[in-house]
Ligand binder design. Sequence first.
Ligand code: SF4
Length: 169
Amino acid sequence: MFNYIKNIITGIISLCDGLSVTLKHVFRKPITLQYPEQKPDLQLRFRGRLVMPIDPEKNDNRCTGCMMCAKICPNHSIMEIEKVMEDGKPKPKVKKYIYNFGTCMFCNLCVEVCPFAAIIMSDEYALADENKEKFILDLVAERYNLTGKKLNWWKSKFKKEPAEEKVQK
Ligand code: SF4
C-alpha cells in the first residue's frame, strides 16, 4: 500500500516536472524560422565558403601570393595560385587563385594562416549543385564584395603596416 501511494506521488511529481518544461517553452520566443522566406541572422564567424574580398581602400584584393594558405590546406582545395609577373619577376599580387569548395572541409585553416587577412569565409549557404565544375572558382576573377557588419569585422583583422603604426605613436 505504501509503495502504491509512493508511486502515485512520484508519478505526479514527474508529470509536473514535464509540464513545467512545456510551459516554459510556451512563453519563450520561437527560435524556428519559416525558411526559405525567412533567412537566419548568421554569426560573423559562420563558415560558408572561401572568398577573397575586395579591400575598398585598395579597390583590389589583399593577396600577395605567399602560398601559406595552399600549403596548410589538408586536402588541396586551394588548387592553384598564380602570381602577377613583371619583367620576368613575380610581384606580390595574384592574377589567379583557384579554389575548389567541392572538396573544402571549411576547417578555416587557410583563413587563420593568411598574414594579410586576404581571405575569409563568406556567409553563403545552400550552395549544393549537381555540377561539380561549378565548385571550382577563381577567387581573383570573382571580385567578391563584403558589406555591412561582415565588412567591418573583416577590416578589423587588417594588421597595420609598421610605418603606419609609427605615425600613429
Ligand atoms: S590568401 Fe593569404 S595566405 Fe593565401 S596566398 Fe594570399 S596572402 Fe598568402
